[in-house]
Design a protein around this ligand. Structure first.
Ligand SMILES: [Zn+2]
Length: 316
C-alpha cells in the first residue's frame, strides 16, 4: 500500500501574497510621495529594529497607523514608500530600536517581534507581507548610513529604495540575501535536522546561504553534504519566501538523496536523521508519540515537508 496522507487544506505561507502594488514608478517623484503621505487614506507600519509597534486590540492587534498617529509616536528615522493598497498609500515608519522599546510602557500599544506576530497570528494575515517588506528595508537603511565605497554619509532617496553618496556619487540599493532551504529525500525517507536554536522538539529542512558564484543547485548540494554528509542528485525548485530576519529570501527545494550514511556537522546542527513519511505526517499533525514537530505553517519548511508527505514530489 502506498503511503496516503490526509492533512486537510493547505495553510497560508507567511509573508507572501502581498496585496500591495509596489508602484515603483512613483518612487523617483519626491513631490508625489510627499503628497501621498498627506493622503487621509495613507497608513504606516511602525518598526524599530526587531520591534513591530501595534495598536492593542482583541482578538487581533492593528499594526497600521495613520500618518499622524505614527508621527505622534516619534519622528521617523527613515520613511519607506511601500506602495498602494487599492489606491491607499502605505509606508514603513522607522524608529530607533530603543525608541520602539520605550513605547512598550504605553497601555494602548502592543510591541513584539515579527516572528511572534506571524507564528501566533497576532495580526490579520494581509499585514504580514508589508511588515516584512518594511522591516527588511529599514534594517538595510540602519546598516548603510555610510558609503561602503568611500565612507561618507549617504542619504535615502526614491521613497527609501536607494541611498546616494554625495561624495563619490555611488548609488546603493537594498539587498536580499538568497538562502537555499531543502528537503533531501529518497522516496521512503527524508532528511531533517535540528539547529541548537530550535525549540527542543522541532526538526526541519537543512538550509544555508548561497555563496557568490554558486547556483541554487550547487548550494543545495554543498549544504546537504556539509551539514549532513549526504550527496544529492536532482534538485527541484518548490517555492520561495521572503524571510526578513534580517533580509533573506528562502528558496525552497527538494533534493534527491543518493547516499544513506549521515555525518552531522556539529558546528551547524545538533543532530540530523532520516524520517519516514508516517513519522513526518504525525509531526505535521502534532500527533508524534515523542512530541516531535515540524516548523509552523508560517515557514516555508512546513510546506516543503508537507509536499513530500503528500507525494507531490517526483524526481523522474
Ligand atoms: Zn561614497
Amino acid at each position: 500500500m502506498p503511503f496516503r496522507s490526509d492533512l486537510g487544506p493547505k495553510p497560508r505561507l507567511g509573508y507572501t501574497d502581498s496585496r500591495i502594488a509596489r508602484a515603483a514608478e512613483l518612487r523617483p517623484d519626491a513631490a508625489a510621495i510627499a503628497a501621498m503621505s498627506k493622503d487621509p487614506d495613507a497608513g504606516a507600519y511602525v518598526i524599530g529594529g526587531d520591534w513591530i509597534v501595534m495598536k492593542k486590540g482583541s482578538p487581533l492587534h492593528d499594526p497600521l497607523f495613520t500618518m499622524a498617529e505614527a508621527q505622534a509616536l516619534s519622528a521617523a528615522t527613515e520613511t519607506i514608500f511601500l506602495g498602494l493598497l487599492d489606491g491607499a498609500p502605505r509606508f514603513g515608519h522607522g524608529l530607533a530600536s530603543q525608541t520602539a522599546e520605550a513605547l512598550k510602557s504605553r497601555d494602548s500599544l502592543h510591541i513584539t517581534d515579527l516572528r511572534s506576530i506571524a507564528v501566533q497570528g497576532l495580526v490579520a494575515p494581509e499585514h504580514l507581507p508589508p511588515i516584512a517588506e518594511a522591516k527588511a528595508v529599514l534594517h538595510w537603511h540602519a546598516r548603510h548610513r555610510f558609503c561602503p565605497n568611500c565612507g561618507a554619509a549617504t542619504r535615502a532617496v526614491q521613497g527609501g529604495w536607494k541611498r546616494d553618496c554625495a561624495q563619490c556619487k555611488a548609488e546603493h540599493f537594498p539587498r536580499t540575501d538568497p538562502v537555499v532551504i531543502m528537503l533531501a529525500s529518497d522516496g521512503e525517507r527524508c532528511l531533517l535536522g535540528r539547529s541548537p536554536r530550535f525549540v527542543p522538539t522541532m526538526w526541519s529542512c537543512l538550509a544555508g546561504f548561497i555563496e557568490p558564484g554558486e547556483s541554487i543547485e550547487d548550494a543545495v548540494h554543498r549544504e546537504t553534504r556539509e551539514e549532513a554528509g549526504i550527496t544529492c542528485g536532482r534538485v527541484l525548485y518548490f517555492a520561495s519566501q521572503p524571510w526578513p530576519f534580517p533580509a533573506s529570501l528562502m528558496i525552497g527545494c527538494h533534493a534527491e538523496a543518493l547516499t544513506n550514511e549521515i555525518v552531522v556537522d556539529r558546528e551547524e546542527l545538533e543532530d540530523a536523521r532520516w524520517f519516514s513519511k508516517g513519522e513526518v505526517e504525525a509531526m505535521l499533525m502534532r500527533k508524534h508519540p515523542e512530541g516531535l514537530t515540524t516548523p509552523p505553517p508560517v515557514a516555508i519548511a512546513h510546506h516543503i515537508i508537507r509536499a513530500w508527505v503528500e507525494d507531490e514530489i517526483n524526481f523522474d
